[in-house]
Design a protein around this ligand. Structure first.
Ligand code: FES
Ligand code: FES
Length: 153
């Protein structure tokens, strides 16, 4: 039975196994390669996307679990609003950039629920997003900047 999901505002009816991972569907079936395949085990956050506004790791999520729900990837976020992306650039909050889509997705979910997070709240919310390059202080500053707390950055 086909799976119907909305991705970045567009409805897709997909003839794929329901157990197929959402990350594979996004990258291989829908050519949305922004979400990255890092660990593949739910431990790094590189594959994070928003599911009905909540950040989830798409490498573990069966696409059937997203049936009838709304998925937003980094491509959708790039279309919707640029302030967070611009803050990442302004703070030089990346080196290789592999983790960046997941970082931006998780930061988006954080700012939607906590518009002016403290440093501690940022650290807790972003704990599932690993950065092998160690850009954590700059990522934190980018989130503070995007939340209008530049002076604390
Ligand atoms: S690739 Fe999904 S959490 Fe690492
Ligand atoms: S910028 Fe390289 S892994 Fe984060």
């Amino acid at each position: 039975m086909p799976v119907s999901i909305e991705v970045n505002g567009e409805r897709h009816v997909l003839d794929v196994p329901r157990a197929r991972r959402l990350l594979a569907v996004l990258r291989e079936d829908l050519a949305l390669t922004g979400a990255k395949h890092g660990c593949g085990e739910g431990a790094c956050g590189a594959c994070a996307v928003l599911l009905d506004g909540r950040a989830v790791v798409s490498c573990l999520l069966p696409v059937g679990a997203a049936e009838g729900r709304s998925v937003t990837t980094i491509e959708g976020l790039a279309r919707e609003g640029r302030s967070l992306l611009e803050a990442f650039v302004a703070e030089d909050a990346l080196q290789c950039g592999f983790c960046t889509p997941g970082q931006v997705v998780s930061a988006t979910a954080l700012l939607a629920s906590v518009p002016r997070p403290t440093r501690d709240e940022i650290r807790v919310a972003m704990a599932g997003n690993l950065c092998r390059c160690g850009a954590y202080p700059k990522i934190e500053r980018a989130i503070l900047r995007a939340s209008g707390q530049e002076g604390r950055a």
